[in-house]
Design a protein around this ligand. Sequence first.
Ligand code: HGY
Ligand code: MN
Ligand code: MN
Length: 416
Amino acid sequence: MRNLKIDAERLWGDLMETAAFGATPKGGLARLTLTDEDRKVRDWFRTQAEALGCTVTVDDMGIMFARRKGQRDDLAPIAMGSHLDTQPTGGRFDGVLGVLGALEALRTMVNAGYETVAPIEVVNWTNEEGSRFAPAVIASGVFSGVFTRDWAIAQKDRSGIAFGDELKRIGYAGSERCGAHPLSAYFELHIEQGPILEAENTEIGIVTGVQGVRWYEVALKGQESHTGATPMTMRKNALLGAARLVDRIETIARAHPPHAVGTVGLVEVKPNSRNVVPGEVFFTVDFRHPDAAVLADMEAAFCHALDEVCVPLGLSVACEKIWDEAPVHFDKDCIAAVRASAATSGYSTREMFSGASHDAAVVARVAPTAMIFVPCRDGISHNEVEFSSKEQCAAGAQVLLQAVMDYDRRLAEQKR
Ligand code: HGY
Ligand code: MN
Ligand code: MN
């Protein structure tokens, strides 16, 4: 198999060029899904892909597939990609490296005149982050049957704007039905977003799976009243209830070391006035663990805590689970392709489970899937300081290229 080499400078140039779309003063990205910044980077991606001779298809969840023909166009494509949307104070690499690394791998094949047997597709999944429109991986979730499209396009952001309306507004409501797009395999390059690879001075993470996730939305209702005239014994303070529950969630997660995590990331207080006892609080809960049974225990403890905390405070509680993703184990042949590819390139590796979730976690339901990790500085992500070096990004893209070529060769032999 030809030993093609990605161009590290070209990849880095793409990463820095696209970082202009939604750039923040602190050097990060605020490119929330389906905003004008998201539209700009999508337009950029389409232009680059078409310049490589790809045809770009957009489905009715806005997922973009940039397709390069193979010798056997009857075969389902081997896909590689990730997401271009970011957190509100996101970094320049989360998701972006996976799409641009895939674009660079494809560009390397095109420039070398290397023709694969199966078609190759570079994919940009809509709204992986789930920050503006919850839950995360909403489009790849529809693609793989986790969510229905009707439910997904009706999801509203916290200002009441619907996903489907924004998709139309930015001009990316495609015609292909989301999910009617078979894949032979899917590979995703991503920064680790945690501390392990850097701490162990390891160049490539061979990702064998993704831990389970459960997201909840909680609304507490008490009674707005005057902060000066309302005795402490007569209050129904929704924020006090929320504060106690934040602490209980911390305790629940710490009860299952070392892997369990529990977080309240979004809190809205009403009326949010300095001299009104808060009458309503909305907050979100994010539980994660590699074992579904532990997640179930955490959920049971949380449901118990809701009543234990809120009943004595006279608060009503509404709690909805909006995402329940079981731990996923990736495909052994795809993992083998990543392992062989990293070995060919001589990179140090370690196998690992992903702490963060990714589109790959749900795409694995409908196609053989694996992921490749590269280190990020201090293990920090979902933060404007997020950083991986030119060399680390290039190493990941090189392994991605070789893994896809390796998988293609094996597929060709199978489908002879
Ligand atoms: O939440 C996650 O794990 C992903 O970064 N959206
Ligand atoms: Mn990501
Ligand atoms: Mn992310």
